[in-house]
Write a protein that binds this ligand. Structure first.
Ligand SMILES: Nc1nc2c(ncn2[C@@H]2O[C@H](COP(=O)(O)OP(=O)(O)OP(=O)(O)O)[C@@H](O)[C@H]2O)c(=O)[nH]1
Length: 258
């Protein structure tokens, strides 16, 4: 079974065959219109969407290379109407969370606080924890800014999470960096939680062993089935390129891409 950075793993240390990539489930949360879908599609296709179905919630999968290591990244682009509802559909599934607001919308920032207040108590009690990244999106809208960078940094510090300001319609590398940073933090958490298991040194000191692993309890929860979620395998026009690229077959009627 491949190692998941997050809940979905057996409770023993599992060695992953070289060829099998690790997996990382990222849940994108935030107020309506904050840019969750635009950030998700930018990460998967390098392109910026302008129109979308605001009520659709989808989960995408992409093969990524993060720090020379292959990882199957699944991104759940959620669509709550105004604030956290029905959270159990993603809490146990997530390896990491991106909580998004728009810097030109104070209300979206306040809704992010509700998400952080809901998600943090759940993740802090887990081994490994699911890291949270707070994202101020639409930084290209500086002239309409309603939320200062300091406000974002202060909120992130209060909940112990990482903070970035990005724009889904500007450069791709800054958006890719946020998703890859979520993978790195989930990877570090998974390694840390494996490392903190107590070591037992036998009487004759001849052997050192890890604490007896708890019984094999598959912790993996099936992919949540939100009302309209579909796991979409993604294939982008770049898939034809030589470079190992994320692939996206976007269901054209959902997004207008330019
Ligand atoms: N200027 C600017 N507009 C953006 C940016 N990201 C998204 N938008 C626009 O903001 C609107 C909402 O973007 P979405 O990605 O659909 O937002 P969402 O959070 O997915 O919204 P819901 O699907 O309703 O939950 C769209 O018109 C996007 O084109 C950005 O970084 N800059």
């Amino acid at each position: 079974m491949s190692l998941m950075f997050g809940k979905a793993r057996t409770c023993n240390i599992v060695t992953i065959p070289e060829h099998e990539p690790a997996e990382c489930n990222i849940v994108v949360l935030g107020a309506t219109g904050s840019g969750k879908s635009a950030l998700t599609v930018k990460f998967l296709t390098k392109r910026f969407i302008s129109e979308y179905d605001p009520n659709l919630e989808d989960t995408y999968s992409s093969e990524e290379i993060v720090d020379q290591q292959p990882v199957q990244v699944r991104v759940m682009d959620t669509a709550d109407q105004d604030g956290p509802v029905n959270c159990e559909r993603y809490l146990a599934w997530a390896s990491a969370f991106l909580v998004v607001y728009s810097i030109d919308n104070k209300c979206s920032f306040e809704i992010c606080q509700q998400y952080l207040e809901m998600v943090t108590p759940y993740t802090k009690g887990l081994q490994p924890e699911s890291p949270i990244i707070l994202l101020g999106n639409k930084v290209d809208m500086e002239r309409y800014r309603q939320v200062s960078q300091t406000d974002g940094e202060t909120l992130a510090a209060r909940f112990g999470c990482t903070f970035f300001e990005v724009s889904a319609c500007l450069d791709f590398p800054s958006v890719q960096h946020v998703f890859h940073e979520a993978v790195r933090e989930a990877r570090r958490e998974a390694e840390r939680s494996l490392a903190v298991r107590p070591l037992y040194i036998s009487e004759d000191k001849s052997t050192v062993s890890l604490s007896p692993a708890p019984p094999l309890l598959p912790c993996y929860k099936e992919l949540p089935t939100p009302t309209t979620a579909k796991v979409v395998t993604v294939k982008s026009s770049r898939a034809q390129s030589k470079r190992r690229a994320p692939t996206l077959t976007l269901l054209k009627d959902r997004f207008k891409i330019f």
